[in-house]
Write a protein that binds this ligand. Structure first.
Ligand SMILES: C[S@@+](CC[C@H](N)C(=O)[O-])C[C@H]1O[C@@H](n2cnc3c(N)ncnc32)[C@H](O)[C@@H]1O
Length: 185
């Protein structure tokens, strides 16, 4: 059985096409950025945000190793400021919430910034465009953010957005949840 992260990769892989513009709102180790950089081809672009130097450097490294750095704009800034950097319409945005694996658990995504970035993403998204959000919670963090993101997603106008949530309800230890939003009009 796949997990939330691998399902998000499947969704993005089916959706993104050559020439598309995409955003990785939380670059981290660069795995999501790399996936999107492969998919948008040489005529597309990925904007990848992270607030930590080591996340930006890890992402740069993985892109270099795959000779794909030219397809990505790496931005050391919070995703809440996305609209300062991204001006064109976007086809897909990936959020992978929480802290950098192997990093400081205190430097994690925050509900207020995440909601601001989600609002901006919905504005920048083209009709038919999608957002995937992998929500980590449990252990020492993430509960407040999970509640805030679900509350925000639930009140989105159903005529404008379709919102799907996937949750492994019988798994133990708070497995991550996947939210999948599509802009309908
Ligand atoms: C779970 S990791 C992301 C994993 C990543 N997508 C990957 O493929 O490896 C979450 C990342 O969000 C970053 N982050 C926290 N607050 C942020 C913010 N306001 N804007 C952008 N990134 C943020 C953290 O520094 C951390 O690297």
């Amino acid at each position: 059985m796949k997990n939330a992260l691998s399902i998000s990769h499947e969704i993005i892989s089916k959706h993104l096409k050559e020439g598309d513009t995409a955003v990785d709102a939380t670059a981290g180790n660069g795995n999501d950025t790399l996936l999107m950089a492969k998919l948008v081809g040489n005529t597309g672009i990925v904007y990848a945000f992270d607030i930590q130097d080591n996340a930006i450097e890890r992402t740069r490294k993985i892109l270099n190793e795959n000779e794909l750095e030219h397809r990505v704009e790496l931005i050391k800034s919070g995703h809440q400021y996305m609209d300062k950097y991204v001006i064109n319409e976007i086809s897909a945005v990936m959020f992978n919430l929480g802290y950098l694996p192997g990093g400081d658990h205190k430097i994690a995504t925050k509900p207020g910034n995440t909601i601001t970035a989600l609002k901006t993403s919905l504005k920048l998204l083209k009709i038919g465009g999608i957002i995937t959000i992998v929500v980590y919670y449990g252990g020492d963090s993430g509960f407040v953010e999970k509640d805030a993101v679900l509350k925000y997603a639930k009140q989105l106008d159903y005529k404008k957005y379709a919102v799907l949530m996937m949750d492994f309800i019988n798994w133990i230890n708070c497995p991550p949840i996947l939210l999948y939003i599509r802009k309908l009009k």
